[in-house]
Design a protein around this ligand. Structure first.
Ligand SMILES: NC(=O)c1ccc[n+]([C@@H]2O[C@H](COP(=O)([O-])OP(=O)(O)OC[C@H]3O[C@@H](n4cnc5c(N)ncnc54)[C@H](O)[C@@H]3O)[C@@H](O)[C@H]2O)c1
Ligand SMILES: O=C(O)CC[C@@H](O)C(=O)O
Length: 526
């Protein structure tokens, strides 16, 4: 039974997938103290939040069984992603479900700002009939600068065009072709800032976007410009905005998000030109249901080891590629684990060479899995999420190579591990209908199923060597399931590769090493 802890209010219908799943126990508690959260998370397999719960490194550390953190929404700034990644916990969000709601809210904020609707409402319900103070401006023929033309920015641009606005869009990833298709003018940041009557930001909050709109930007703006932020507090510098409104440069601002939330008695609220909502962008019945459904499905898929798509701390893999790569996963992991066990010393480098059809695909997911296989020999808490991070932390270089020819096979997968004592290579393939096989250990050809307990013996090719090895295994009551021998030259260097029915005891290895013709013996567990 998987325990899924939900600590922020989510739509009841949205989480039905979880509450009705026979293999899931949902613990719903939206008023946990920090201590209670640390206690509850220690039992949970997954955590589901909106933006209220701060999923800090301490919380993540306490989640001993935690496999996934789901964010019902887009922004994951309340989750310590590096801490989750280094613990191998998958973080998923629901990036699509609240796009329309947030674009509509932004549009509502822009119209409210243009027409002083909140100010007019307040005055009217106070019994006044003040029509002079609230003269607004039309959106028609005005220029709207959109900073960040992602999902929400794009939806907003469609609505702005219907209102006959000229849309200037700045986004480092925006191409002329896409701008043309959407019907906006691609602009530089300076152009969007200097030429717009309304400016709205729709980027994530990052190092680059923190205070992207600050004093320098306000200085470049048209007098009478109006600003909207329904993305993240901190993209607009609030102190600089306050000054720009007081200086008369900015005619108004509509804010749904703040540098600190809740903002309390913010100095901006004393200005009549500022309108505000309490982070309501995604607060619609539809959006909340959508994001809760999306993230619940993702959590279920992760827990059940099924494909999922919205991981924030993993590169996204198209479903078609996932299907192609799936059969190679066992081969990748086993080759990594096999290769590392053939090597002594501290691991410096892992090189994965993809040949044949593999060379044409994005093999990054397989590289992660191979690395997971290799590192799991040393580390207990490694998985394919944290494997690259753990390798980097330990100074292990990881490289991929691609070769179109696969030596007569449809595909060939070679793992080379370099340690401070030498270099070892193991190659394998996926045989159609037969599954994974190890085909080469260093320069020796073999044909082994990558599973179970193996013994790799380097020896001199001498008569009787195989018999003596067999006798020692028999003396230790270890049954040989399969045996293969490979050699370079008659009477030269050779290997024996044995699959045995149980783990090889240490004394057996010592007895084998005593034989004259044996150079090295390695027990390999796959
Ligand atoms: N107010 C709310 O309730 C609410 C609801 C949903 C989303 N959001 C926030 O809205 C923002 C946008 O969400 P989205 O779903 O459109 O995200 P998105 O990822 O689809 O779009 C973000 C865009 O910003 C662009 N970008 C990144 N850095 C940039 C930079 N330095 N300059 C210009 N553009 C840059 C990216 O290229 C991308 O196109 C996020 O911050 C999200 O957290 C707020
Ligand atoms: O949960 C919310 O209401 C806020 C969501 C929003 O900020 C997001 O990033 O998706």
């Amino acid at each position: 039974m998987y325990r899924v802890l939900i600590t922020d209010p989510l739509s009841d219908q949205g989480i039905e997938k979880l509450t009705q799943a026979p293999d899931v126990e949902v613990i719903l508690n939206t008023s946990l103290s920090k201590e209670e959260l640390l206690e509850e998370i220690s039992q949970a397999d997954a955590l589901l939040v909106r933006s209220q719960t701060k999923v800090t490194a301490e919380v993540i550390q306490a989640g001993k069984n935690l496999k996934a953190i789901g964010r019902a929404g887009v922004g994951v700034d309340n989750i310590d992603i590096p801490a989750a990644t280094s613990r191998g916990i998958i973080v998923v969000n629901a990036p699509d479900g609240n796009t329309i709601s947030t674009a509509e809210h932004t549009f509502a904020m822009m119209i409210s700002l243009a027409r002083n609707i909140p100010q007019g409402y307040r005055s009217t319900v106070q019994g006044k009939w003040d029509r002079k103070s609230y003269v607004g401006v039309e959106l028609n023929k005005k220029t709207l600068g959109i900073i960040g033309l992602g999902r929400i920015g794009t939806e907003l641009s469609k609505r702005a065009r219907v209102f006959n606005m000229n849309v200037l869009a700045y986004d480092p990833y925006l191409t002329e072709e896409r701008a043309h298709k959407i019907g906006v003018t691609k602009a530089t940041l300076d152009e969007a800032i200097a030429q717009s009557d309304f400016i709205t930001v729709h980027t994530p909050l990052t190092k680059e976007t923190h205070h992207l709109i600050s004093t320098e930007a306000f200085n470049q703006m048209k007098p009478g410009v109006r600003l909207i932020n329904c993305a993240r507090g901190g993209i607009i510098d609030e102190a600089a905005l306050l000054q720009a409104i007081q200086d008369g440069k900015v005619a108004g601002a509509a804010l749904d998000v703040f540098e600190t939330e809740p903002p309390g008695e913010h100095p901006l609220f004393s200005l009549p030109q500022v309108i505000a909502t309490p982070h309501l962008g995604a607060s619609t019945r539809e959006a909340q249901e959508n994001v809760a459904i999306d993230v619940s499905e993702e959590i279920l898929h992760i827990l059940r080891d099924q494909p999922f798509k919205n991981a924030v701390n993993l590169p996204s893999i198209p479903a078609e590629l996932q299907e192609k790569l799936r059969p190679y996963q066992i081969l990748a992991e086993k080759l990594g684990l096999f290769a590392i066990q053939t090597a002594d010393g501290a691991l410096d480098e892992v090189t994965i060479t993809y040949s044949g059809e593999l060379a044409d695909w994005d093999t990054a997911p397989l590289t992660r899995i191979t690395l997971k296989g290799a590192l799991s020999h040393y580390l207990s808490d490694v998985n394919y999420i944290n494997a690259p991070h753990l390798a980097k932390e330990r100074g292990v270089r990881v490289t991929e190579q691609k070769i179109s020819k696969a030596q007569g096979f449809t595909n060939l997968f070679t793992v080379t591990v370099k340690t401070n004592t030498g270099e070892h290579q193991v190659a394998g393939t996926l045989l159609n209908g037969l599954g994974p096989r190890i085909l080469k250990i260093d320069q020796y050809s073999v044909d082994i199923l990558p599973t179970g307990h193996q013994l790799l013996i380097h020896h001199h090719d001498r008569p009787g060597a195989i018999g003596r090895v067999g006798t020692i295994l028999g003396n230790h009551d270890v049954n040989i399931a399969t045996m293969q021998v490979g050699r370079k030259d008659i009477g030269g260097q050779a290997i024996m590769m044995l699959t045995v029915d149980k783990a090889v005891p240490e004394e057996l290895l010592k007895d084998l090493e005593k034989l004259d013709e044996i150079q090295s013996v390695t027990a390999i567990d796959l």
